[in-house]
Design a protein around this ligand. Sequence first.
Ligand code: GLN
Length: 279
Amino acid sequence: MMTLGTLFREGKRRLREARVEEWELDAWYLLEYVTGYTRNEYYLHPERRMEEKQKQEYLDLIQRRIAHIPLQYLTGSQEFMGYAFQVNEHVLIPRQDTEILVEEALKHVQSDMKILDLCTGSGCILLSILKTVPGLTGLGTDISEQALLVAGRNRADLGLETKAEFQKSDLFEQVEGRFDCIVSNPPYIPSKTVETLMEEVRDHEPRIALDGREDGLYYYRKITGQSPAYLKPGGMLFFEIGYDQAEAVTELMEQDFTHVHVVKDLSGLDRVVYGSLRA
Ligand code: GLN
């Protein structure tokens, strides 16, 4: 029989030897996931005996992590804007950088507004905006039905069933009506670059959530071009962008939008572009 402490050490050893970057943290999160123990409970009783079944489950997860499956797909969860979002291999794992997009949008939205989130994935952007500002309603669309199932579960977890709608749609195809605000973190990585990403992302996150085609700008062109028909007068469009796309996306937006701004992320890289529909 193994103790909790020996098992944790074994998990750390295997991840470190396999050169998993965050080996210590990942070994801990998987242990917490399997046992439900907090750090405190662990340090009070590392001599606790582990059942064979839990031990096997833990070591299986460690092996899957070594096979480059992202930690969040193993635990099924990622925190975003302070909320726990369910994730699986059908949705992009919410990124901290994307919180910049949410924070910018939050500076401009007010009660009673209607928000549209294109390429909603897990629903993290739309749902965290609706959760933060009471009185908002919104629609999230995605081309992936599997992603929308995840978004629906997150909506239920956050108690937003009456505020958020999700709809299968290729961008605006099934969208009706006009919105005060459109937000989107579309796939924006040039096809060729996708091959150079770390294995966790390249081989396990959904390709359709990453690949922005030839030059990475395909979705910005389509969304910027069609947005005016789906925005109310003075409505706003917010994009997450790749670090080297600010100039190109600003240029696209300046056709129909004014007051176009670029916002940097916490690493000082361009991350968000937004503007208001020109009168
Ligand atoms: N909107 C989701 C997110 O930001 C998914 C984005 C995507 O699939 N490209 O996490």
